[in-house]
Design a protein around this ligand. Structure first.
Ligand code: FEO
Length: 168
């Protein structure tokens, strides 16, 4: 059974992951309304991944006899200047999530919550991957700058993203 403090921290992270999902969905909607359909597709899949992250913690909490307490999800940003800014914000968001996961891992370590440590290792690995992917997309967008043909190529490239096997 998880301690109260661990349960609260995991519930907070469920909210963080749901906010992240909500935020990506908002970015996707912005791209959709600015004709970047490939970017919108990529971001919508990312939104689904974030929901899966929340559900992973949700299911873990229940498996450990914890109580899931869902809270209000804050409103995400809805306006962006450029598609590059969208992905810069996505990268910044991933960096925030990485520090949240690190904090949660540290707490689990101090609480000697060994099952939580094992579960959170998956998230630590995932964050390395997510930050790397977001950084690469931002880098490519900065390289193409405002060249319309290259932006269209980028949009087409992001449209190729497939849902991950296993839903993560
Ligand atoms: Fe669930 Fe992209 O952090």
């Amino acid at each position: 059974m998880l301690s109260q403090v661990m349960q609260e921290a995991i519930n907070a992270q469920i909210n963080n992951e749901l906010y992240s999902s909500y935020s990506y969905l908002s970015m996707s909607a912005w791209c959709e309304s600015h004709q970047f359909v490939g970017c919108a597709h990529w971001l919508r899949l990312q939104s689904e991944e974030e929901r899966n992250h929340a559900m992973r913690l949700h299911d873990f909490l229940i498996a450990r006899e914890g109580r899931v307490i869902l809270e209000t999800i804050a409103q995400p940003e809805v306006e962006f200047e450029t598609v590059v800014e969208v992905f810069e914000k996505a990268l910044a968001q991933e960096q925030v999530v990485t520090s949240q996961i690190d904090g949660l891992y540290e707490l689990a370590f101090n609480e000697k919550a060994f099952a939580a440590l094992v579960e959170l290792e998956w998230f630590i690995t995932e964050q390395v991957e997510e930050e790397k992917t977001a950084r690469e997309v931002v880098h490519k967008f900065r390289m193409v700058a405002d060249d319309p043909a290259s932006l269209l190529d980028m949009d087409r490239e992001l449209n190729q993203r497939q849902p991950e096997a296993g839903g993560e």
